[in-house]
Design a protein around this ligand. Sequence first.
Ligand code: HEC
Length: 427
Amino acid sequence: MVVAAVFLACFLQPGSAAADDEYDKPPISYSQTDAVNTVSRLVDGLKSGTSHLRFNPDFGYLPSLLDALQVPVSSQMLVFSKTSLQRHRISPQTPRALYFSDNVYVGYCQNGEVLEISAADPQLGAVFYTLSQQEAAAPQIVRQSDNCMICHASSQLKQVPGHLVRSVFVDRAGLPVLSAGSHRITQSSPLEDRWGGWYVTGTHGAQKHLGNLVLPGGQQQIVPRDVDNSAGMNLAVLGDRFDASAYLTGHSDIVALMVLEHQAEGHNLIARAGYVTRQALHYQEALNRELGEPAGHVWDSTRTRIKNAGDALVEYLLFSGEAPLTDRIEGTSGFAADFAKHGPRDSHGRSLRDFDLERRMFKHPCSYLVDSPCFQALPVEVLNHVLGRLREVLSGKDQSKPFAHLTSADRHAVLEILRETHPAWSL
Ligand code: HEC
């Protein structure tokens, strides 16, 4: 099974990224370009002495780092598959904890050597950092453009450094049983495919998922098509599966998981739209030079590449193909309330961050990522295309199939919210 083999290679043989990676060539020059994002600003603050990180005897720099990056503790999610960097630290008894805000992700392992950090960078897409968990007089957050890329810029991410969410079947040791298959998870993944290798707290009615499931056998077991995971459904607490006191909280909130899955792929598609546009324009410039065309000559192939990347992003931002919900989803950690309280809101008090969680994730089906620095820093060529397409769909002019899930009331509400919160876009 080719997919499993690639997946296994990606997880089990970390090494250095090849020097001829597309993202390391101009115009992106990923490793050589200074990152400017929420984490790099903290790095600057630590250097100049305006920011500080305090060491905690139980959790090292984790609480202080989350605080400095304004990442809510309620976003905690616990993953117990040995699928990431510090996999020898990870098992069903010692899960890895992940936390996130709108533009930063943080990973923590019990007794881990480092905290793992990724930031959504407006120019570079996902940028990776580590912070040593050894107490130091001057703790340093170090950018990593090599060690992390074997998994975070793999062919599955089409060579654009990005964020990962997976669902796998896991044995008692936490090793993925790859012969049973695996899923890349986004907002479109059916719930029944999600959360293999993750703990999940929260209620979801009769909807099934693969969370909280540890297969009893070893690597050679045959995984039945309909796994009985009844003991893993609708859990408010995770009980004695692991020692919750070794974590900041005992939650692995179902709403946080769903927002992570929406956001991680959203960040990836924004980054891809930026990369593709800059690469297409760079290529066109060279071609024009070579063929003696005027500098501004636009090729159809350039237009098509930009259009395709932009169209994929528009569909995602408007939740085209989102997995429908058939029962109410409710978390346990307070994440939903923490998330929704950040604006912006329109004069009717509406925000793109308002949840539905009964039929679909959000009440107003346009992603809050349009408010993010990454989206707003997209090259103008693709940004204009995306805004133009948003205008066509939201005005009702485009009634094509990918947007058939949007009622005229949905379109109207989103348009009004965007008009009030983004007057400069003249939608
Ligand atoms: C062996 C593969 C692998 C390597 C190497 C790796 N990661 Fe990851 N990482 C993953 C997977 C898979 C996930 C998804 C969650 C999981 O399965 O634990 C992930 C998730 C993350 C997340 C959560 C959000 C996101 O961006 O996906 C952060 C933060 C992260 N990794 C940081 C790092 C950093 C920093 C490095 C390098 C120092 C690194 N990782 C190296 C596989 C890897």
